[in-house]
Design a protein around this ligand. Structure first.
Ligand SMILES: [Mn+2]
Length: 291
């Protein structure tokens, strides 16, 4: 499958690689995220390729969609290695990598590949309902529930946006490691932005290093906008709020890579698939303005 059914340039002429990773092995609730990449790519074939806010046809920068990256039969650790290798190939070729999940467990390998390529002066921006700071979950440290703990282990600074669900263990970790000021709780930012006050976004951007990797867990959005996730939580960001945040981050920092994860499509309700495809296309438009 290709993004938007485009006639794509060969990889060496593309500036962006889309890497679909239909991985769902450590999911707690259902395995739906394994179907996310195909649903997003299918929806992308039905959306306008003219971006009505950027006034450009973003695909003209050159997209190349890789085949679905199969899950490794030997389990989560082997899958991390497979993702790392696939990502490194793209980065070494000088292409911008946008990974499409799949569950959030794909992210540590992607971040490590970007860290190894771009260096440690790199911040990770996580949009998510969940803290994902558990040391282990379901008997693996590569669970979707441990993603940001693995980023912490890498020693990279990170900022978390939209959080509204965490365990007592995670709360203790946040308190003991003094991570509180890196968290933008949904309960604070959603009412502020609804009231037209987006100052928290600028404060957030100021915390980021010059180079940023974005991990966008779609459950960071409110379930009214994005019902199709494995673990939806009430009280999240609305679509315009999330787009506004992306606009500011991309405008003020060099985003070196991104992933969009946890789309778990609901049969007969394609709205989430379209929202995810649109969001991805908009982010790539911000990254590669054509004017
Ligand atoms: Mn999440």
């Amino acid at each position: 499958m290709r993004f938007a059914n485009l006639e794509e340039p060969p990889p060496e002429q593309a500036r962006v690689t889309l890497l679909p990773i239909p991985y769902g092995n450590t999911l707690t609730y259902g395995k739906g995220a394994a179907k996310g990449p195909e649903a997003l790519l299918r929806a992308s074939g039905h959306m306008e390729l003219f971006d009505e806010t950027l006034l450009q046809e973003t695909y003209r920068i050159g997209f190349h969609t890789r085949p679905l990256l199969p899950s490794h039969p030997d389990g989560p650790e082997a899958m991390q290695a497979r993702i790392y290798k696939a990502a490194t190939t793209e980065l070494n070729a000088g292409r911008f990598l946008a990974a499409i999940g799949g569950e959030h467990g794909i992210t540590p390998a992607l971040v490590r590949a970007h860290r190894d390529h771009f260096g440690s002066e790199l911040s990770v921006l996580q949009i998510d309902a969940h803290a994902d700071l558990r040391e282990r979950y379901d008997d693996t440290q590569w669970s979707h529930a441990c993603v940001m703990r693995r980023i912490y282990d890498l020693g990279l600074p990170f900022v978390q946006v939209g959080l509204r669900s965490l365990s007592l263990e995670e709360w203790h970790f946040i308190r003991d490691q003094d991570l509180m000021d890196r968290i933008y709780w949904a309960r604070d930012i959603v009412p502020q932005s609804r009231g037209g006050d987006h100052r928290w976004m600028d404060e957030l951007v100021a915390r980021l290093a010059d180079r940023v990797y974005i991990s966008f867990d779609l459950d960071g959005l409110d379930p009214s906008v994005m019902p199709a996730t494995g673990t939806p939580e009430p009280g999240g960001l609305d679509y315009h709020m999330a787009v506004e945040l992306m606009a500011r981050v991309f405008a003020q920092r060099e985003v070196v890579g991104l992933d969009l994860v946890e789309l778990a499509p609901i049969e007969g309700q394609p709205a989430s698939d379209f929202s995810a495809a649109r969001l991805l296309y908009r982010m790539l438009g911000y990254r590669f303005p054509l004017t």
